[in-house]
Design a protein around this ligand. Structure first.
Ligand code: NAP
Length: 372
């Protein structure tokens, strides 16, 4: 039986991965799971099939070397520190990772099997050992627009994102709620006084976000009542790293050499709890009927849920609260734009913790266990 080590299983992505593996009864399949932690080695691990064991130390190379497969949702710092040491020690197992560190390496494949199952099969046959989940917005974009990419209809795409607080991790999601709590507690008397001056309330809340008690250790800014138009590091060309990933990872997943399809836009963190939303401007290579565009989008994979471009249905179904916790990729607002006959507008919402992170890794583990 293959030995599979799980690292980062109690973080945001890891928790969703565990939840999905339980739902799909993955732990009843024939592999032995081992659980690791970077901070809680020795404490009790999660209960699996009625059994619990102490957590192993995620930095213990000798222990990791005994595994056939390592699935990590721990983050880039962990991958950068441990992965090279492990390979240098001669370990030749499979490394499945949520972090971006290894994504663009030649000996890594970015996995999103509804889009690139053929490449995954090919890579396994060729002996590739590193399988990395894509950036969340990139994976969600490809799931949403897969039908247009598959038919080679896309000349370029602009993606303007609205990304959830939980995309930055468990502690950030908690901090956003702490910000809400702080503001509510400090201003509740005025909020509840219907006769109070609205500008007084506006001023009080704005001032509160500037006090030193306002919780912003993780985001470094007010997310509640505001937004953050920068995600990840600065790139030399003026893009944020999150924006840079669109074209780089998107084309790599599609199997292109270099940037065959330009993809760009502005990535913005907003105060939604879960789900990344994206507004697309799509330049098609030719003018095709909007009903054909809708058919191609809807029929590409079983998870796309096309929302009619109509007000009430859009408000009800094309939003994070409707999609959160589901595998649905909601796509709506599909229409031709005033910019020209071959310009399409679309809006998409997907749970970045499911198709944007945990689900491609869970499915990769299953593909791997079935084929090796
Ligand atoms: P995270 O929630 O910050 O969890 C990472 C680790 O932080 C946990 O495994 C845990 O490790 C430690 N931790 C410390 N305090 C914690 C607390 N209070 N609750 C839970 N865990 C705590 O990170 P993440 O968002 O899952 O991201 C992991 C990787 O996936 C990153 O590389 C990220 O870029 C990538 N990713 C994230 C998303 C997303 O939507 N969040 C989407 C796609 C990809 P120990 O048990 O070892 O202490």
């Amino acid at each position: 039986m293959k030995k599979v080590g799980f690292i980062g299983w109690r973080g945001m992505v890891g928790s969703v991965l565990m939840q999905r593996m339980h739902e799909e009864k993955d732990f009843e399949k024939s592999f032995t799971p081992y659980f690791y932690s970077t901070s809680q080695a020795g404490l009790q691990g999660p209960e699996i099939n009625g059994q619990q064991s102490p957590l192993e130390n995620a930095f213990d190379i000798e222990s990791l070397k005994a595994l056939d497969v390592i699935l990590t949702c721990q983050g880039g710092d962990y991958t950068n520190e441990v992965y090279p040491k492990l390979r240098e020690s001669g370990w030749n197992g499979y490394w499945i990772d949520a972090a971006s560190s290894l994504r663009m390496n030649d000996d890594s494949l970015i996995v999103l099997d509804p889009i690139n199952k053929k490449s995954i099969d090919q890579a396994l046959n060729q002996g590739i050992k590193n399988y990395v989940g894509g950036n969340c917005t990139v994976s969600l974009m490809l799931m949403a627009l897969g039908g247009l990419f598959e038919q080679d209809l896309v000349e370029w795409v602009s993606s303007m994102t609205y990304q959830a607080a939980s995309g930055a991790g468990a502690q950030n999601m908690r901090e956003m709620l702490e910000q809400m709590l702080y503001l509510s507690e400090q201003s509740k008397t005025i909020i509840r006084d219907a006769s109070s001056n609205i500008l007084e309330l506006d001023q009080l809340v704005t001032e509160l976000t500037k006090t030193k008690e306002f919780p912003k250790k993780h985001f470094g800014a007010a997310l509640t009542t505001s937004l953050i138009p920068w995600i990840d590091k600065e790139m030399p060309n003026g893009q944020s790293k999150e924006e840079w990933k669109g074209a780089q990872e998107g084309n790599k997943i599609l199997g292109h050499q270099g940037i065959k399809i330009p993809i760009d836009g502005t990535c913005v963190r907003i105060a939604s709890l879960r789900c990344h939303s994206q507004a697309f401007t799509i330049k098609l290579k030719k003018d095709i009927d909007i009903s054909e565009v809708e058919d191609l989008i809807q029929n590409h994979n079983p998870w796309v849920k096309l929302v009619e471009n109509q007000k009430q249905q859009t408000i009800d179904e094309l939003c994070p609260t409707a999609v959160s916790g589901t595998l649905d990729i909601a796509v709506g607002r599909v229409r031709k734009m005033n910019l020209g006959k071959d310009f399409i507008n679309a809006f998409s919402v997907g749970d970045q913790l499911l198709w944007g992170a945990a689900e491609p890794l869970r499915r990769m583990l299953n593909i791997l266990l079935a084929q090796t």
